[in-house]
Design a protein around this ligand. Structure first.
Ligand SMILES: [Zn+2]
Ligand SMILES: [Zn+2]
Length: 360
């Protein structure tokens, strides 16, 4: 057979793989829309028979739409635009990526694609793990909101049977670390002019100047990063001994990545609370400085506030881990595992901190 059409160099890999998948099901599905000539594989921009111009991607989509019963997987991924990783067997949870037959390769169930799609759509929603590339801002806002306000719903949204995507989960942890690391400074950008130009400028009595330098150092942020690593490792070690719950390290990573939402905002909240403490100078009878006659708040109150905020952040991590273990991993004594892991993470971080302090 003579194939005279010129190869198309800019043919996208996506289209090529689409053509391959259709041809694998039935080599006679791809036909010229004008003369019905069978188009073999890619590399055509014109029909070899009648010469009509062909857009292979359009042709593929047309074939998928008109042969939907035979190309269900392609229909749901190409036409309905469901992310392939969200399609799983509804019985055993096996991933159906690239599954062109209508039988689950794992458990043998005849696949009802409508059920599969319904199951997938109900849980992918706008979660960052699935939509991080397509809609990063919207998906991160949705995930944070869901995780912080209704963690029970969050864990109903995830399937226990798919394989968690490590890359977006690690990105999610890094984003939270960044919010924690720069939350104070960002909040101070708004708090500082508000306290000095609005509150202090209009208040009666002695003029006061407020400054909002973070009450932690960059070394503390390294501690927090190490705490994340050690706590996650401690959680993973537990699951090794809890294989009966069929949770692997990826599932633990998914729980861990969603347990620090509230804690990541603690430095920003700390800055706001410190401004609230400062503003109490105007209505609370704080002792006056004997020389200047200006009321002042003891440093103990500031450090106490900081400890309270960070302590609450830690409690929130513990509570979120507990919910994740109970509702998602279905491990009943998750509260104890979370407590021990947080303690071990804290202890290990302190040890490293002391050792590196000796070094320098
Ligand atoms: Zn033709
Ligand atoms: Zn199955």
């Amino acid at each position: 057979m003579q194939e005279s059409a010129s190869p198309i160099s800019d043919e996208s890999a996506a289209t090529r793989s689409l053509i391959e998948q259709i041809v694998a099901v039935d080599p006679e599905l791809l036909r010229c829309s004008k003369c019905d000539y069978i188009i073999h594989g890619d590399g055509h921009d014109h029909c070899p028979e009648c010469g009509v111009e062909i857009d292979m991607n359009d042709l593929c989509v047309h074939v998928i739409e008109t042969n939907r019963p035979r190309l269900q997987y392609l229909w749901y991924t190409q036409v309905a635009k469901l992310p392939p990783e969200a399609l799983c067997c509804v019985k055993c949870g096996y991933s159906l990526i690239g599954q062109m037959s209508n039988r689950c390769p794992e458990c043998g169930l005849t696949i009802d694609w409508e059920d599969v799609a319904h199951f997938a759509a109900s849980r992918i929603g706008d979660l960052f793990e699935y939509r991080w590339a397509a809609a990063p801002l919207k998906s991160i806002a949705t995930t944070f909101w869901l995780g912080a306000t209704s963690p029970f719903r969050l864990w109903r949204t995830y399937s226990r049977y798919d394989t968690p995507n490590v890359k977006p989960l690690v990105i999610l942890i890094l984003i939270q670390w960044l919010i924690f690391a720069r939350g104070w400074q960002t909040t101070a950008l708004a708090i500082d002019p508000f306290m000095n130009d609005v509150i202090a400028a209009n208040a009666p009595g002695p003029k006061m100047q407020f400054t909002y330098n973070p009450r932690f150092e960059n070394a503390d942020l390294i501690d927090y990063a190490m705490w994340s690593v050690f706590t996650f490792l401690a959680l993973s070690l537990f699951v090794q001994s809890n294989r009966e719950y069929k949770a692997n390290w990826r599932h633990v990573l998914r729980v861990f990545a969603h347990s620090t939402f509230l804690a990541s905002f603690s430095t920003g909240a700390w800055c706001i609370l410190e401004a609230a403490l400062d503003s109490s100078l105007y209505y609370w009878p704080w002792p006056k400085n004997p020389r200047s006659g200006v009321p002042s708040i003891g440093f103990d109150y500031y450090s106490g506030l900081g400890n309270a905020v960070l302590g609450l952040a830690l409690v929130s991590v513990w509570a979120m881990l507990w919910i994740g273990y109970k509702k998602y991993l279905r491990i009943p004594h998750g509260w104890a595992i979370a407590a021990v892991a947080i303690f071990v993470g804290h202890l290990a971080t302190q040890c490293i901190h002391i050792i590196t302090a000796w070094e320098y």
